[in-house]
Design a protein around this ligand. Structure first.
Ligand code: ADP
Ligand code: MG
Length: 699
């Protein structure tokens, strides 16, 4: 149960003064639905009104606070309401005109009575000798000067949400931060000189200058550490829980693996062998395996997975392999099934399309154990799918699932070993925050004989030449991918660009061109991909549906339109679709050039990295550096945790500390029973890691 003292923080934002349902919806967009979400949304800027010059010396363009006498109101002439309402003011050194558009004269007369003194604050412009302030931010009576804050935090906003409203809500949320037992390790507090949690929250919401917004300020570091520690502790608890759950030792005698290995047209690379050894030793151990297999597109993960599957079958279990899309599931099936021809292993496909009798037959085959391997989409984990003895769960292209979903999936398989495969090279820091609950194997080495892909940038206005080159290549028998970005306008996905390009290529190449995008029915998609796979279609125009793994080894040209709209890691993945056979391949990045036909600096830097290396891990690190964590990964949907206080790019040092801290805690106080352990429970709740608390005895 969540500690009583935290409950007010988990109340709806409408419990904050001045926040009704309408404002709550807007705040929900920038922060979240609960008070704690607002509390953990820190200021992104500071407004400083402490510059208080006299009129004559006021710097143009700056935010100033002036003490003035109100001289004279000049409303716009009758019938010319679009002209401004002006109020002339002065001090001993000169004059300033306050300018208002669409003014309400009675209001202005009230707040700026002629002959009285007022403090006004706003940005000033200078026209010759005349100083002007348009729509002052504040107009206050000198007697009530403290109604105007000299320093104001600025919060992230969205359309319709007034800065003042958000500021008030955030300030109130911050003031609700309770004093909590401190979970910070004493020695860290001393060496880092960090403030306590409550103090840190309040200070973070009361910045005094831009310096206080710096992620390396002690306040922000402390809070970032809290968030990272919650993340690392939760993962460590999940990992420990899993190790405690008895698994089953699945060693197998190797007879199936030997048989299939003999039929393979190649030998495993060193990295493949090492990864497989890791997996087999986990499977053979008595604890449950939860391992991540990372390797670039084309690095040969499938065959490693297949060997693991065979080991599971040798030891009398079933295996299931889940892919994020039907296309991918079919490809896995198509690459695995032929290799099993000479064995008596039964492998079946299973997707949401299996209905009626067909579905019933497969379900019965699974329950009775006749089916050894099931390959499919998330349908393989539907409620009515019952396995006879599920020993191995393989999840392909994990980056689309979050850690919560991963935990849920594993519960399905009870004691099954779990192997997660991802083709997204993930920078080390992100891997820690995302997969910190898993063991990791990496395949970095490519299968032998791969040629580097000739990567070039071409301005988009030369697209006609590219079409010409593509047509000539097709005449010579080559196969081409042509990728267009999806244009998403709010909720509508605009397919015009990809459809237009398809239409144009169709004119040049006729029915040798195919189109595939996410809005098509899966039957249609499969038919097109199949035709590309077997060569009837020579040019596949696609949105990024192919990004996650369509495999046509014969393809040699990859054209990416509007390459500037894709992330580096994504471009790298797309490029990985070609260069898989023994022929030389090309990747053309079509850029929309900026002013003067030039590429921007970042675009140039990105392109150079792609040209210089095909090492996905290096590219991922650079992507993170160039774009920052949120952007590099496309935030929430990507399944990466979204941090609010920490940035794994700038807070890498803190992440390492938090990781060590968390491992030590789990080792010494696994049920969080000591006083510090109790305090850490508060931390987990604060960051909504209730799932991890549930794993604790007496949690
Ligand atoms: P991934 O799933 O990692 O993207 P795949 O498993 O689909 O990569 O492998 C890509 C291609 O490389 C496949 O055609 C596969 O048969 C081939 N391949 C895999 N391992 C080797 C190897 N050791 N030597 C040569 N070719 C290999
Ligand atoms: Mg793959």
């Amino acid at each position: 149960m969540r500690p009583e003292s935290l409950n007010p923080l988990f109340a709806d934002v409408t419990s904050l003064a001045g926040v009704g349902p309408k404002v709550a919806a807007l705040i929900g967009k920038v922060a979240g639905p609960r008070v704690i979400d607002v509390m953990l949304t820190l200021p992104s800027g500071v407004i400083d009104r402490s510059y208080r010059p006299q009129i004559m010396t006021a710097d143009e363009g700056r935010l100033v606070t002036l003490t003035v006498s109100v001289e004279k109101h000049t409303p716009p002439p009758k019938g010319r309401q679009r002209l401004p309402y002006k109020v002339l003011c002065s001090d001993e050194t000169g004059y300033v005109t306050l300018v208002f558009f669409h003014a309400r004269p009675d209001y202005l007369m009230r707040v700026l009575p002629e002959g009285e003194r007022r403090i006004v604050s706003g940005r000033v412009e200078r026209y010759g000798a005349a100083l002007q302030m348009t729509h002052p931010d504040y107009i206050v009576d000198p007697g009530k000067a403290d109604e105007m804050p000299l320093i104001e935090p600025v919060y992230p906003l969205t359309e319709g949400l007034a800065a003042k409203t958000m500021r008030k809500a955030a300030q109130e949320a911050a003031s609700r931060a309770p004093a909590l037992p401190d979970w910070m390790r004493g020695d860290i507090m001393i060496t880092e000189k960090w403030p306590g949690w409550q103090e840190a929250i309040q200070a973070a919401h009361a910045p005094e200058s831009d310096l206080d917004l710096n992620p390396q300020s002690i306040t922000r570091q402390r809070l970032a550490y809290d968030e990272l520690l919650a993340n690392q502790l939760a993962l460590a608890l999940i990992r420990r829980q899993r190790r405690k759950t008895a698994g089953k030792s699945r060693e197998g005698d190797g007879h199936l693996r030997n048989e299939v290995a003999k039929a393979l047209p190649f030998r495993l690379t060193g990295d493949q062998t090492r990864a497989l050894d890791d997996i087999l030793s986990d499977m053979g151990a008595s604890h449950r395996m939860v391992r991540l297999l990372q390797g670039d597109v084309g690095s040969g993960k499938t065959v490693v997975a297949l060997m693991a599957i065979l080991a599971a079958i040798e030891s009398g279990s079933q295996a299931v392999m889940m892919a994020p899309t039907e296309i991918l599931a079919r490809q896995h099936f198509a690459s695995i099934e032929p290799l099993l021809k000479d064995t008596n292993i039964t492998v079946e496909m299973f997707t949401g399309r299996d209905k009626g009798q067909q579905r019933a037959a497969k379900l019965s085959g699974l329950a009775k154990g006749y089916i050894n391997i099931l390959i499919g989409t998330h349908a393989v984990f539907s409620d009515d799918v019952v396995y006879d003895d599920l020993g191995l769960v393989i999840i392909d292209e994990q980056h689309r699932f979050g850690v919560h979903q991963r935990v849920a999936l594993q519960d399905k398989g009870r004691r099954a070993d779990v192997l997660v495969m991802t083709a997204t090279p993930i920078p080390r820091t992100l891997a820690l925050t995302t997969y910190g609950d898993m063991e990791v194997s990496q395949i970095k080495e490519k299968p032998p004989g791969r040629k580097p892909v000739d990567t070039r940038a071409v301005p988009l206005d030369k697209v006609d030449q590219v079409i010409g080159a593509v047509s000539r290549a097709v005449e010579k028998g080559e196969q081409v991918y042509w990728v267009c970005p999806l244009v998403e306008t709010s909720d509508i996905i605009d397919l015009t660009s990809v459809e237009a390009r398809y239409g144009e290529l169709l004119q040049h190449l006729g029915d040798r061109v195919g189109l595939v995008h996410g809005k098509m029915k899966s039957e249609e998609k499969d038919a097109v991909v199949e035709a590309f796979y077997n060569g009837t279609i020579r040019v596949l125009v696609a949105t990024t549906v192919i990004e996650v793994g369509v495999n046509a080894p014969a393809a040699t040209i990859m054209v990416i339109e509007h390459a500037e709209r894709f992330g580096l890691a994504q471009l790298h993945q797309l490029r990985g679709r070609v260069g898989r056979g023994d022929k030389a391949s090309t990747c053309l990045l079509l850029y929309k050039a900026g002013e003067g036909g030039q590429l921007g600096e970042t675009a140039k830097a990105r392109l150079n990295i792609l040209r210089e290396t095909e090492d996905g891990f290096l590219i991922a690190e650079e992507d993170l550096r160039l774009r920052g964590a949120g952007d590099a990964l496309g935030s929430a949907q990507s399944g990466f945790p979204v941090f609010r206080l920490a940035d794994v790019g700038t807070h890498a040092r803190l992440l390492d500390m938090a990781r060590d801290d968390a491992s030590l805690v789990v080792e010494e106080d696994p049920d969080l029973k000591t006083p510090r352990g109790e305090a850490l429970r508060h931390l987990l709740y604060l960051f909504s890691r209730d799932d991890a608390v549930k794993l604790l005895r007496s949690g």
